[in-house]
Design a protein around this ligand. Structure first.
Ligand SMILES: Cc1cc2nc3c(=O)[nH]c(=O)nc-3n(C[C@H](O)[C@H](O)[C@H](O)COP(=O)(O)O)c2cc1C
Length: 182
């Protein structure tokens, strides 16, 4: 099962990146890290699609059986960096694919805005955002934001378990279709 995690924070030092990297370390997932600032701002020009970095990240997402989108809540929405990734790649990497949504917020009862916004956007590229989702606040991180606290990570794991369940169903369904070879 190939699951790719996207760190949707553009900040080199950000809690969303801490969460994304912990997921990669614990579950052995692959990482697309928007904090590296490698992706251009979508401008609709065909040449963008030919850039090596665009091709490589697009391919990584296309190959994924499931995707975890980790987004910071910025100004009551998902990050512009993550929205830009979706604008660059369109529906191909997301279509009919199970997608888990995790938000990291500032602790003022935010986060649900980013989740619902991301859910609407994912629907726009025909992704299957799974029902379980989660907001992490600063209190869910160990001091100095080194890692996610154990109890909060247990809740993150429950979201990941649900994602794996949907991914497994999708894999079995594809195998079934192939075995039929209409
Ligand atoms: C530009 C900007 C806008 C933000 N807007 C919100 C917001 O609307 N609601 C909220 O709960 N937190 C907000 N925050 C706080 C972030 O959600 C918080 O820093 C969190 O750790 C996720 O961002 P990070 O991964 O970049 O650290 C904002 C932070 C920045 C930098």
């Amino acid at each position: 099962m190939n699951i790719v995690v996207v760190n949707g924070s553009p900040r080199a030092i950000g809690r969303t990146g801490v969460l994304a990297k912990q997921l990669v370390d614990v579950f052995n997932f692959s990482l697309v890290d928007l904090a590296l600032g490698e992706l251009p701002l979508y401008n609709g020009e065909a040449e963008q699609k030919e850039l090596d970095v665009v091709k490589s990240i697009r391919n990584t997402l296309i190959q994924a059986d499931g995707i975890v989108l980790c987004t910071p809540e910025y100004n009551n929405a998902m990050s512009g960096a993550l929205k830009n990734l979706i604008e660059l790649f369109g529906s191909e990497p997301f279509k009919k694919k199970p997608i888990a949504l995790l938000a990291v917020a500032g602790g003022g009862k935010g986060g649900i805005n980013a989740l619902n916004n991301a859910r609407t956007v994912v629907r726009g590229v025909y992704g299957n955002a799974i029902p379980k989702h989660l907001v992490l606040d600063p209190v869910d991180f160990i001091e100095n934001d080194i890692s996610v606290k154990e109890d909060a990570f247990t809740k993150v794991t429950e979201v990941i378990d649900e994602l794996k369940e949907y991914v497994q169903k999708e894999i079995l369904y594809k195998e079934f279709l192939e075995s039929k070879s209409f």
